[in-house]
Design a protein around this ligand. Structure first.
Ligand code: 8YV
Length: 328
């Protein structure tokens, strides 16, 4: 009997493909070509499953053109590349990769915060450019992390990880804003207090964004929100492009309305707003918050486990639209 066919849309660990090949006929993209939607649709013909990253958009147009598709397994915790309503309507399951990246991503959020507040990237560029001629009392003075107020917008698993690092490791006062308040035990463990969004923006020395992207969270931070922040504040976005209005942020950084920003995600990435590339007080990284070898392997493993779990055993591990399972 021939094996069911799956597509791996981007280059991935060879061992992930080997695991899939034990159960499926696999078409992969180890050349890591960036396929257009039409190319993705063409490759999906005859496939029952697809291994996606956050880059492939799965929407009604694609689903209409791929009637045999049963599951899209994302190697990402975020799944704003999925139109989950359309997927559910088409009976296509989506899965994501939660938990396995929480601590790695929280580490990175903290690293980006420290690099931004202590002007590490900016000063390193200065040194490399041969501009360091003498020491000066005010050279690259930044803002303190220890003892400062950390404001976290989006208090899911990664937000909680950042809160723990700030409160327990650096003696920070942690405030947070979230769609729903954490239960008292979790608040106590994270040493975090719930506040309204405006209060958080007004009082935090460092604001870290960790909210999922949805139409409702689009431009959570724009010019009006930046205007509430302290002129000495830093802003960190490890959530998704589109959570921050990048054009408004570039203006605010240029005019020093806030001290600095650290961005791992961008509106329309991999393109970056040109004005962000010219302001010195921003640290820019190419969407690498989850990028350690063990974590990326764990994320890939979970996506593979979801494909095998659903297509072979009928039991996906981390479905994002479980209504599809109820229908079957
Ligand atoms: C991924 C991420 O590396 O998991 C997420 O939501 O943003 C990153 O960890 C990226 O989406 C590529 O799949």
């Amino acid at each position: 009997m021939s094996k069911p066919k799956v597509l791996v849309a981007r280059a991935i660990f060879p061992e992930s493909i080997e695991r899939l090949a034990q159960h499926f006929e696999v078409e992969s993209n180890q050349a890591d070509e960036v396929w257009s939607k039409a190319q993705l649709i063409a490759r999906l013909q005859g496939k029952v499953g697809v291994f996606t990253t956050g880059s492939e958009r799965i929407d009604a147009e694609l689903l209409d053109a791929c009637p045999g598709l049963k599951i899209c397994a994302n190697m990402a915790v975020g799944y704003n590349n999925f139109d989950t309503d359309a997927m559910t309507a088409h009976g296509v399951l989506g899965t994501n990769a939660p938990d396995v990246l929480t601590e790695t991503t929280a580490d990175f959020g903290f690293a980006l915060l420290m690099a931004t507040a202590r002007r590490i990237a900016e000063s390193e560029h200065f040194l490399r450019a041969g501009q360091w001629q003498k020491w000066a009392y005010d050279m690259f003075s930044g803002s303190d992390i220890h003892g400062s107020t950390l404001g976290i917008i989006g208090m899911g698993r990664i937000g909680q990880g950042i809160a723990r690092r700030g409160a327990h490791g650096f003696g920070m006062k942690v405030i947070y804003h979230n769609r729903s308040r954490l239960d008292a035990a979790l608040e106590a463990e994270c040493k975090a207090s719930y506040v309204g969004k405006d209060e958080l923006l007004k009082t935090a020395d460092h604001v870290v964004l960790v909210v999922p992207y949805t139409p409702a969270s689009h431009h959570t931070i724009g010019a009006a929100e930046i205007a509430l922040m302290k002129p000495t504040a830093t802003l960190i976005n490890i959530a998704r492009g589109g959570i921050v209005d990048d054009a408004a942020l570039a203006v605010a950084l240029k005019e020093k309305r806030i001290a600095a920003a650290g961005l791992d995600v961008f509106e329309g990435e991999p393109k970056v707003h040109p004005d962000l590339l010219t302001v010195p007080n921003v640290v820019l990284t190419p969407h690498i918050a989850s990028a350690t070898v063990p974590t990326r392997k764990a994320m890939a493993d979970l996506a593979v486990d979801n494909l095998i779990g659903y297509l072979v055993n009928g039991k996906p591990l981390t479905p994002v639209n479980p209504a599809v399972l109820a229908k079957n």
